[in-house]
Ligand binder design. Structure first.
Ligand code: NDP
Length: 462
């Protein structure tokens, strides 16, 4: 068994099984056995199940938020607004989106082609710790609606809400064997999922280095692969931006969930003409964020995911000093004034100036509450700076001229770009990165395509 800790208190809150290859094999057998009946349901019947799951999760939404907050150290308000709400809406969204799927038909002079969709089969889902149930349900819902059965592994650091989902499925008499959750460590349990020959597709969200292992293992087995990986996203403040709005937006983009969202804007690029006017407003917005007890309704920033991760983030702050950076705000561990939080992993939101855009702190994914600020002298330089990392996941542009913002966005090598907003999601749109941020897209049709195989049936006319 493995200990599961609350990172805000350092206390053990649960024990989870450290599953091995044999456990993954049993889960896969169960998924295989359940596949014929599940794929044999009509699409409408599977849509009904998705809506039932959403309803049952909604009845537990406060439990989801509290559990997620305890397991990750994130503020309860954020867990309610984002994690619980989105986990439920993922099921509702894919139920509705699948309804609109139509089959293509191509007529020839003497024959008709029918393009039909089949499930891929047993699919493996591997997810990270930053948005545990949100990211798991983002894969489970489209996989189910397309008729697949599932073997899923959540991060061993945040297993609780995956377990809650399993209990919920049990309580609503969801067909057995269709969703199998296997807890354990990445290199053993996760690797066993990648290697299992009966698992036909892998949908993975996590770090780029792990993504390489996933691709190396599953690629030669010709498994269908979806890789959603890391990022080092730029927030770009153009000279005509509304500085108050941009400062608040950039602070939110940098520090939501302690900077532990793959879409966080961890580099802020600012036009030199407005740099001196923008930075104090940005610091004011950061300083207004309340760091502390995740259970407190007014907390904006909770703990980071673990003590080990806190040490990694703090080591980057030390590295920034060695690289010539100036810590303008924060820069240290915080021990909140609350007896139960003395061993928690809290870091003050940290703003660093004067670093080179090519420094390690400005190019490597820190995945914590740390942002670096950089000046640019021309739009051309801003684009070069934005594109100067191995990553290409997301970014935001702040300007009072939305046409200019859109033109600017076209030149950034990233899969997701926002103008004057951040984390504004329409679930029908493609989600994913370019370069080392991933391969493939999730969302809307892209998720339904990934979790299905197309067959063309050509029927010769009588
Ligand atoms: P990791 O890559 O460390 O882990 C992701 C998942 O992979 C975990 O469940 C992990 O298990 C598992 N894993 C680790 N090693 C293996 C292996 N050899 N075989 C199979 N599975 C394995 O990422 P983190 O959990 O640290 O998450 C943070 C990262 O995720 C960041 O880089 C972030 O940018 C990225 N991310 C990307 C998103 C996107 O949509 N592009 C969204 C959210 C996060 P275990 O935890 O037990 O080791």
């Amino acid at each position: 068994m493995l200990d599961n800790l609350n990172p805000a208190t350092g206390q053990i809150i649960a024990k989870i099984p450290n599953s091995n290859h044999a456990d993954v094999a049993k889960a896969t057998d169960a998924a295989k056995l359940a596949l014929p009946n599940w794929r044999g349901l009509t699409k409408g019947e599977r849509i009904n199940w998705l809506n039932k799951i959403a309803q049952a999760l909604e009845e537990r939404s406060e439990d989801i938020a509290k559990t997620e907050s305890m397991d990750t150290g994130k503020p309860i308000a954020l867990a309610r607004r984002v994690d619980a709400a989105r986990s439920i809406s993922n099921f509702r969204f894919f139920a509705k989106h699948a309804e609109q799927l139509t089959e293509n038909k191509f007529t020839m002079a003497d024959a008709t082609n029918y393009v039909i969709r089949k499930p891929v089969g047993v699919v493996g889902l591997i997810t990270p710790w930053n948005l545990p149930l949100y990211l798991l349900s983002w894969k489970v819902a489209p996989a189910l609606v397309m008729g697949n059965t599932i073997v899923a592994k959540p991060s061993e650091m945040t297993p609780m809400t995956a377990n809650l989902l399993a209990k919920t499925l049990h309580d609503i008499d969801f067909p057995k064997g269709v969703v199998n959750i296997v807890h354990g460590l990445g290199p053993s349990t996760g690797q066993a999922i990648l290697e299992h020959p009966e698992i036909c597709a892998i949908s993975f969200t996590g770090g780029t280095e792990t993504g390489k292992i996933v691709a190396k293992t599953a690629g030669p087995m010709f498994k269908k692969l979806s890789l959603e990986l890391g990022g080092k996203n730029a927030t770009i403040i153009l000279d005509d931006a509304d500085l108050e709005t941009a400062a608040t937006g950039a602070a939110k983009a940098a520090f939501t969930n302690s900077g532990q969202v793959c879409l966080c804007g961890s580099r802020v690029l600012i036009d030199a003409k407005i740099y001196d006017a923008f930075v104090p407003k940005f610091i004011d917005a950061v300083a207004a964020m309340k760091v502390g007890n995740p259970a407190d309704e007014s907390t904006d920033i909770g703990s980071v995911i673990s003590q080990q991760h806190m040490e990694k983030v703090l080591s980057y702050i030390e590295l920034a000093k060695q690289e010539g950076g100036t810590i303008t705000h924060g820069g240290q561990r915080i021990i909140p004034n609350h007896a139960s939080l003395q061993n928690g992993s809290f870091i003050s939101p940290t703003v660093i100036e004067n670093l080179s855009i090519s420094s390690r702190c400005a190019t490597e994914e820190i995945f914590g509450p740390v942002v670096t600020l950089h000046k640019f002298d021309s739009d051309f330089e801003a684009i070069e700076m934005a594109n100067s990392t191995q990553y290409g996941l997301a970014g935001s542009i702040w300007t009072s001229d939305t046409t200019r913002g859109k033109q600017f966005a076209k030149q950034i090598d990233s899969g997701i770009l926002w103008v004057n907003t951040w984390l504004h999601r329409d679930l029908r749109t493609p989600f994913g990165g370019v370069k080392n941020s991933g391969v493939g897209r999730e969302g809307g049709d892209w998720s339904l395509n990934f979790f299905s195989e197309l067959s063309n049936i050509c029927v010769k006319d009588d």
